[in-house]
Design a protein around this ligand. Structure first.
Ligand code: NAD
Ligand code: TYD
Length: 357
């Protein structure tokens, strides 16, 4: 099959592409604008494959997307491209509205036109998989046992989650109104290799290694349900290829942890793996610094993933302890990736190559 992946240079998209190229014989076209969060260095392991192709493109550009669909003839679209960082959405929401809402709308329209002209055989295979977040459900009460299920009402808190909720609604409307074959997944917080170092886990690892403060927003008692990114990638491929049209699946790892405990867990691992600390540091935990809380901060996320487990047989391979250890070790072993991502040197070079052609 031909699988079109948007946002494949990002954290989760690159894990999906690595998974598909390594474990299947499908062709992949990665459409990515290479924002600050998109990094082709995350795909060096598979970029030599003749089944992998890259196109530097903006999903909001309708004529460019029409050409991509026409030339590549996708059987499946996995739509991951998005602005994804809550803090950035608070200080500047315009890009979130543009990419997450207008970009999804543009893709839906292009996909609808493309689907209408497919043969019946191709129509039976085609599906549009929209990758979304559990943050569309808002938050759960601290200390409760409640979980997000697929029928939980939408109540997004941040500009990011509101933009993702909007895109979910558009995708469902294109199914109900136009019959576009869609599936939607809503996943909890991911962690693992190639995670851009603005998110809690990579930021904590890299700041600790430099002896910089480890910022905890508010009291640090907010709860997130962590899932190892490769478990998410496996789940996404399963949904894209096997789920029933029109369905929604929640994906999560049953790893509910308070932010402060995640940060302390990273500090403990670093004590073991990197006992030689930057000058003047006693213990890594001494770097923990409580800072002003995030406006509208969601208290608790927790996913009921029983539907995908029952219907598609998916379960996560990693528990948080093993996944966190792998993640910390990956950042220790891949300082060159971190440096490239922080300086953006390779990305600037790629973008110049495209401009010159
Ligand atoms: P990311 O920010 O790491 O990657 C997003 C990618 O999209 C980047 O490569 C970026 O260059 C690309 N992109 C952004 N705007 C674009 C545009 N207009 N056109 C083309 N490409 C564009 O994000 P991620 O963490 O990999 O998340 C991927 C998807 O999964 C998002 O839709 C996000 O909402 C969802 N999600 C993320 C998490 C998480 O914990 N990270 C959890 C659940 C769902
Ligand atoms: P983040 O990684 O930004 O993911 P999300 O906002 O999508 O959940 O944040 C995870 C949690 O960690 C969230 O409750 C905010 C908190 N946080 C901090 O306490 N300090 C930080 O420096 C960051 C980036 C996040």
């Amino acid at each position: 099959m031909n699988i079109l992946i948007t946002g494949g240079a990002g954290f989760i998209g690159s894990a999906v592409i690595r998974h598909i190229i390594a474990n299947t014989s499908h062709n992949v076209l990665n459409i990515d604008k290479l924002t600050y969060a998109g990094n082709l260095e995350s795909l060096v392991d598979i970029s030599d494959s003749s089944r992998y192709h890259f196109s530097l493109n903006n999903i909001c550009n309708k004529s460019a997307m029409e050409k991509v669909f026409h030339d590549f003839e996708p059987d499946i679209v996995m739509h991951l491209a998005a602005e994804s960082h809550v803090d950035r959405s608070i200080t500047g929401s315009a890009d979130f509205i543009e990419t997450n809402i207008i970009g999804t709308y543009t893709l839906l329209e292009v996909a609808r036109q493309y689907y209408t002209n497919l043969s019946d055989i191709k129509k039976a295979i085609f599906r549009f998989h929209h990758i979304s977040t559990d943050e569309v459900y808002g938050d759960l009460e601290e200390g409760s046992d409640n979980l997000f299920v697929e029928s939980t009402a939408y109540a997004p808190s941040s500009p990011y989650s509101a933009s993702k909720a909007s895109s979910d609604h558009l995708v469902r409307a294109w199914y109900r109104t136009y019959g576009l074959p869609i599936v939607i997944t809503n996943c909890s917080n991911n962690y693992g290799p190639y995670h851009f170092p603005e998110k809690l886990i990579p930021l904590t690892i890299l700041n600790a290694l430099k002896g910089k403060p480890l910022p905890i927003y508010g009291n640090g008692l907010q709860v997130r349900d962590w899932l190892y990114v490769e478990d998410h990638a496996r789940a996404l491929f399963l949904v894209a290829t096997e789920a029933e049209i029109g369905e929604t699946y929640n994906i999560g790892g049953h790893n509910e942890l308070k932010n402060i405990d995640v940060v302390k867990g990273i500090c403990n691992l670093l004590e073991e793996l990197v006992p030689n600390k930057p000058n003047g540091i006693g213990n890594y935990v001494d770097l923990i610094t409580y800072v002003k809380d995030r406006p509208g901060h969601d208290l608790r996320y927790a996913i009921d993933a029983s539907k995908i487990q029952k219907e598609l047989g998916w379960t996560p391979n990693e528990i948080f302890e093993t996944g966190l250890r792998k993640t910390v070790q990956w950042y220790l072993d891949n300082q060159d990736w971190v440096e490239n991502v922080e300086t953006g040197e390779y990305k600037n070079w790629i973008q110049k190559q495209y401009q010159n052609n």
